[in-house]
Design a protein around this ligand. Structure first.
Ligand code: ADP
Ligand code: MG
Length: 225
């Protein structure tokens, strides 16, 4: 229900792009761990939120016009103090002063993990297609990604994970490097989400951090219609 409301609002406003905080609220609703979806409307509010979350925190631009946040100076990582939060807030607002700004997202700084990407697109012939791969050079240089048409079975998910070139990195050589059960559960939840909501035309989690226990969606965007 909460998810539907977010989709309806965007579609009602003639938006096809769902901002990170909207996507993360939807993901949290599906039981997927994220860095949170708080949005501050003022510098003081950003500080209050940071104090509540605990440091370090991350500040990010929230705007329906900004799809690639880092490119334009919209992401400030690893802020360790109230002063850091204040100056980051001002820098972000300054960098986007000629754009429509909703606010500034205040998030927990995620502990580093193995970086993965998960995506869904809708193919005109095959319908929704799930993509999974490892982030960084694995996707950029090696194009190390794998695809399946939805719906998928748990077995399909196993195969996806095992067939990427980076699989040894996930498996580790002595015991598991990342929580494969949690990764499988995440891929299944994303499939379920896209099958439940035909509004989702495209979904992109980039990156997701994979841990020895659990995982965390660090960035998310969707296109809806
Ligand atoms: P973009 O819109 O540019 O893709 P992201 O939200 O992905 O913006 O942020 C860029 C990068 O900053 C991410 O790939 C990730 O490495 C890092 N990052 C972003 N948010 C967090 C966070 N909450 N905790 C830790 N690292 C983060
Ligand atoms: Mg990103």
């Amino acid at each position: 229900e909460e998810c539907r409301a977010i989709f309806s609002q965007a579609i009602g406003e003639n938006r096809t792009y769902l901002m990170e905080h909207e996507c993360k609220e939807i993901l949290e609703n599906m039981g997927i761990a994220t860095t949170g979806y708080l949005v501050a409307g003022s510098e003081d509010e950003a500080v209050e939120m940071s104090n509540t979350l605990g440091y370090p925190v991350v500040l990010k631009i929230v705007s329906p016009d900004v799809v690639h946040k880092t490119d334009s100076g919209g992401v400030k990582l690893n802020l360790t103090s109230e002063d850091g939060v204040r100056s980051a807030y001002r820098e972000i607002v300054g960098a986007f002063k000629y754009q429509h700004i909703i606010g500034v997202a205040v998030q927990r700084m995620a502990v580093p993990g193995v970086e993965a990407i998960i995506g869904v697109t809708r193919d005109p012939n095959f319908g929704p297609v799930l993509m999974f791969g490892l982030g960084g050079i694995f996707v950029e240089v090696l194009k190390d990604v794998t695809f399946r048409v939805l719906p998928v079975t748990p077995r399909d998910i196993d195969e996806m994970i095992q067939e990427i070139k980076g699989y040894p990195l996930l498996k580790g050589y002595r015991g598991q490097a990342v929580d494969l059960d949690a990764l499988k559960a995440l891929l299944l939840k994303i499939s379920e989400l896209v099958l439940t909501f035909p509004e989702i035309r495209e979904l992109d989690l980039n990156p997701v951090f994979l841990y020895p226990q659990g995982n965390m969606a660090v960035d998310a965007r969707m296109f809806v219609s």
